[in-house]
Design a protein around this ligand. Structure first.
Ligand code: SF4
Length: 477
């Protein structure tokens, strides 16, 4: 693995060994600024050495830095970004005797299926609290946001939000999801209110970093890299995004934003993006018809999508990737066909269009959390209709010369079960006996008052979420 690591620290007898485990691919882990922050903080503690573990590098059995076996570490911090990781986690923790701590979006979503595998859970953004977390793990105590697995679900836990008035300066530079680049985290949270998205709740409120701070960090990074990835859930919503990109381009950087909202694209922004080396753009209309887009509250209409595609083509960007979801409540054949129509219209402007279609997973902490997976009250019917819609879309899009990638319905159903599941699911995973068909009940409409993840306090009012749900459902009745 070729990477530039300015932190590499040699272990000396008596030092504590802290493992940073990313149970997924290296490209994702190295492009995660949160992991980079934890790594830097642990290595800054005297008498502590941090080493990293990735699933596609020795299956997380040995560290990437020195090849030291995971068993030899005292504490392991796991960052859990995806539900699919739970199966790998079961493997990784099998023979580990040290203290196991989990954090990341899946913990903030619903950690109950993970209780089986960990000693502690950290709720929120750990930035600059890493030393306190290590001390608590060593003394067997808890903190406001670090809770013992055995106590999870018993009392309300407030999720921590960090201040963004500083930025990690030194970083490991590796070949990650955005290429070999420096990560500039422009903000956290999102000011939008898309009804299917957890980010709006679990990272609320929306916070931006000042351009001045970002540029001073970039100035230092110039010594090591020529490319900057701008990172945030909705990068182009930064109030001074154009000034920021223009200044970075002037400093000689290639700039790659991790996300672009179609409705923020205008002539000036597109010109900047094309100047900064962007060769393709990704747009997520999420649904093909206006009726379904209203339900999803994405706030992007057909005109925004076509306008962005046209501007892209005028500025030499010849590739557009479109993201859609299906399996929405009351979704009709016309709603599904509208995905094909919209994609064809985009293709009028750009020669290379790729469409990605996945089933909607009704996520905890969103107004759609009560919905059945597949969009129908009869779950089996919902699963069958998803498969039918997927094959229809694949056929029609390919016919129109559009590349298409469709998500596996079974894999997304599994994701929904793990998102909503409890301890029982974790035990089945640990025993290697989990089959999604045995847990199909978890995919149905949720009618209960109390939800398993209600104990996580993200600062939103559940009553307001329920009202939003009612209002959205009234749009498609
Ligand atoms: S989908 Fe994107 S724009 Fe919408 S709330 Fe989530 S992060 Fe924000």
């Amino acid at each position: 693995m070729r990477e530039f690591n300015p932190f590499a620290k040699r272990w000396m007898k008596g030092d504590r060994r802290v493992a940073l485990v990313y149970p997924n691919r290296y490209v994702g882990g190295i492009a995660n600024i949160g992991l980079q922050q934890i790594y830097a903080e642990v290595n800054a503690i005297e008498g502590c050495v941090c080493e990293r573990f990735y699933w596609d590098v020795f299956e997380c059995k040995r560290s990437i830095e020195t090849g030291t076996p995971l068993n030899e570490f005292d504490i392991a911090f796991f960052s859990i970004q995806y539900e699919e990781d739970y199966f790998r986690i079961a493997e990784i923790v099998k023979n580990f005797k040290g203290v196991k701590v989990a954090g990341g979006p899946c913990v903030m979503e619903n950690p109950l299926p993970l209780v089986e595998f960990f000693d502690y859970f950290y709720f929120g953004e750990v930035d600059d609290e890493v030393p306190e977390v290590i001390s608590a793990c060593e003394s067997g105590s808890e903190t406001e946001h670090l809770k013992k697995a055995e106590n999870i679900g018993e009392e309300r836990v407030k999720v921590r939000r960090a201040e963004l008035n500083t930025h990690l300066q030194t970083q490991i530079i590796g070949e990650g999801a955005y290429g070999k680049c420096y990560l500039l985290e422009v903000g956290r949270g999102c000011k939008r209110a898309c009804s299917f998205c957890m980010v709006r709740q679990i990272y609320a409120p929306c916070r931006w970093r000042e351009v001045e701070l970002l540029l001073s960090v970039a100035e230092e990074a110039k010594k090591f890299v020529s490319k900057i990835a701008l990172v945030a859930p909705s990068v182009t919503d930064h109030p001074e995004i154009k000034e920021l990109i223009a200044s970075l381009v002037e400093m000689g950087f290639l700039v790659s934003p991790s996300s672009i909202r179609a409705d923020t694209i205008d002539e000036e922004l597109m010109q900047l993006l094309s100047k900064s080396g962007v060769e393709s753009i990704t747009i997520a209309p999420e649904a093909g018809s206006e009726r379904m887009r209203k339900l999803l509250r994405k706030g992007i209409d057909e005109e925004d999508v076509l306008n962005a595609s046209q501007l892209a083509s005028q500025h030499g960007i010849r590739k557009v990737k479109l993201y859609f979801m299906i399996g929405l409540p009351k979704e009709s054949e016309e709603d599904v066909s509208a995905i094909v129509e919209l994609s064809k219209q985009v293709k009028r402007f750009v020669p290379r269009v790729t469409v990605s279609i996945n089933p909607l997973v009704p996520k905890p902490h969103t107004p759609l959390q009560w919905l059945p997976f597949g969009g129908k009250d009869d779950v089996k019917e919902g699963l069958a209709s998803l498969k039918k819609k997927m094959s229809f879309l694949k056929k029609e899009l390919l016919k129109a010369g559009i590349s298409v990638s469709v998500g596996s319905v079974d894999e997304f159903a599994t994701q929904a079960i793990l998102s909503r599941g409890g301890r029982k699911i974790g035990r089945a995973i640990a025993m290697n006996s989990f089959k999604f068909k045995d847990y199909i009940d978890y995919l149905g409409r949720i009618d209960e008052e109390e939800l398993p993840w209600d104990f996580i306090d993200h600062g939103y009012s559940k009553k307001r979420l329920a009202k939003e749900y009612e209002r959205l459902m009234s749009l498609v009745r």
